[in-house]
Design a protein around this ligand. Structure first.
Ligand SMILES: [Zn+2]
Ligand SMILES: [Zn+2]
Ligand SMILES: [Zn+2]
Length: 144
């Protein structure tokens, strides 16, 4: 696994202790976190840190592509870390908040169809799939 400062360097983002700490927190959590939750852990390391600073750093890291935002159905803001730099999508469990990589993309055909019907040039797409993961449905005695 790559060092956090290597990740920042690669993406040409300045390495700061706060950014490194946020990466650390999200990577260790391995689930999506709200800015408030990141802030709670940040306060253990940076006593005087305010929530706006956490928000700003999260936004900068997301804009740089280091961390990702969850487009959650509850409309609240969450972030997670994924080290996979290839184009892929995510399955988000709304019960345990785990995020799984979907290492396939079926959007090639849809993009072609969009550019054909709208005569538009498609540059990118975003998709996240939400649901309950197999671990969580097993816990409830449901399907496996
Ligand atoms: Zn789950
Ligand atoms: Zn991923
Ligand atoms: Zn895709």
């Amino acid at each position: 696994m790559k060092d956090h400062s290597d990740i920042l360097k690669e993406l040409e983002l300045k390495t700061t202790p706060k950014r490194l700490a946020i990466l650390d927190i999200l990577r260790n959590a391995s689930i999506y976190l709200s800015p408030d939750e990141v802030w709670t852990t940040m306060k253990e390391r940076f006593r005087a840190i305010g929530l706006p600073t956490v928000y700003r750093n999260l936004e900068e890291l997301a804009a740089g592509g280091v961390i990702s935002k969850v487009i959650h159905p509850d409309r609240k803001l969450y972030y997670f870390f994924c080290g996979n730099r290839e184009h892929h999508h995510h399955f988000v469990c709304t019960s345990c908040r785990k995020v799984d990589d979907l290492n396939f993309c079926a959007f090639g055909e849809i993009e072609k169809e969009v550019s054909r019907t709208l005569n538009a040039t498609v540059s990118s797409h975003i998709m996240q799939v939400f649901g309950i993961c197999s671990d969580c449905s097993a816990d409830k005695g449901g399907r496996q």
